[in-house]
Design a protein around this ligand. Structure first.
Ligand SMILES: *Cc1c(COP(=O)(O)O)cnc(C)c1O
Length: 362
């Protein structure tokens, strides 16, 4: 068996220790004689596992007691629509900061349920930088402010939580950088993340929501769309993604063993620093087009100086055991995603390959 270095943007690399443990436990989970996927989410084993996963996530992110933690489905995309359904009435407006593909999509999906005010956008800069905070035209009556701290496709990241005051709740799509470093949860009204980048398999969404926001009137809708109902039912209003929840729990345990989010922040800074350093030090052979102040630690874009070399780069990198470096089809070029489960050795191997490729292809 051989494992590659996996730079996939999502679904993405998982820690080998997590996969090995899941493999060991697959046929006989927790002394039950069956896999975790084959048993009731109402059973005491599953309920204990689910509670432990929540407790571990709360410990990792220091989630304050007045926040609910939910394990939902539908991907981040479903919540682009469900968030305005829950947090805003049909006549309300909400502020959106558009800094790349995903925040643009969040704003566009929300438009069916709330009046969307694009309070700031970096579209005119091709999303190569962040809209400066002093350019945001926030509405003090907005139901909430939505932004995307890390743009997975465009490779731009907010390195600080923007100050939007205390009156309007801040909502953040943390799909691609949750748990990548410390975060002050109390600054947010709602955090959500699709699991398949930094937590576990796809099909699971982790949400952290301040409990007072569960009481917002919103609008008439089916119970299954109401976050308050999911919170009241401990995320077991209907059958949850039991496998995803279990694997997320294993990842949270692994993160605690690694030293938590502070250790991840150090590791992620080292990995991104190494790769950006190699790109910047390549005399223009490789280029990252993003404003250095906005560069993502999680998703590193780079272009070769000559696109005619792209096919060879992809073919040779794959042959060298470096998986999924092709950039998003909307942008071309390359992208290396460096989530928590990607070790420093993977980036060292990539940087070595890049240097070697440049020497061989001139
Ligand atoms: C991947 C991604 C999404 C989309 O997630 P789905 O689970 O496929 O809906 C949304 N936002 C961000 C920031 C992402 O990286």
């Amino acid at each position: 068996m051989s494992r590659v270095w996996n730079f996939s943007a999502g679904p993405a690399a998982l820690p080998p220790a997590v996969l090995e443990r899941a493999q060991r436990e697959l046929l006989d989970w927790n002394g039950s004689g069956a896999s975790v996927m084959e048993q009731s989410h109402r059973g005491k084993r599953f309920i204990a596992m689910a509670a432990q996963a929540e407790a571990d996530l709360r410990a990792l992110m220091e989630v304050p007691a007045d926040y609910a933690v939910l394990f939902l489905q539908g991907g981040a995309t479903q919540h682009f629509a469900q968030i305005p359904m829950n947090l805003a009435g049909p006549d309300d407006s909400a502020d959106y900061i558009v800094s790349g593909h995903w925040s643009a999509k969040a704003a566009s999906e929300a438009g069916a349920y709330v009046r969307v005010n694009v309070a700031a956008s970096s579209a005119a800069d091709d999303y190569l930088k962040l809209p400066p905070r002093d350019s945001w035209r926030l509405d003090p009556r907005a139901a909430y402010v939505h932004y995307t701290p890390n743009e997975t496709i465009h490779g731009v990241e907010f390195h600080d939580v923007p100050d939007v005051g205390d009156a309007v709740p801040l909502v953040a799509d943390l799909s691609s950088n949750i748990l990548s470093g410390p975060l002050d949860v109390s600054r947010f009204g709602l955090i959500y993340a699709g699991a398949q980048k930094n937590i576990g398999p796809s099909g699971l969404v982790v949400m952290i929501i301040r409990r007072d926001l569960l009481q917002r009137a919103g609008r008439p809708m089916a119970r299954i769309f109401r976050y308050a109902e999911h919170a009241a039912a401990d995320s077991m209003l209907n059958t949850p993604n039991t496998w995803g929840w279990y694997l997320a729990g294993l990842t949270f345990q692994w993160l605690l063993e690694q030293g938590g989010v502070a250790a991840m922040a150090d590791l992620n800074r080292a990995k991104a620093g190494l790769l950006y350093g190699a790109i910047d030090g390549s005399d223009g052979y490789y280029r990252n087009p993003v404003d250095p102040a906005a560069r993502s630690r999680m998703n590193v874009r780079f272009d070769l100086h000559d696109t005619a070399l792209d096919a060879a780069f992809l073919q040779e990198s794959e042959a060298a055991g470096l998986l999924a470096l092709k950039g998003h089809k909307a942008l071309g070029g390359m992208r290396a995603s460096l989530y928590n489960a990607v070790p420093l050795a993977a980036v060292e191997a990539l940087v070595e390959f890049m240097g070697d490729f440049a020497r061989r292809h001139g």
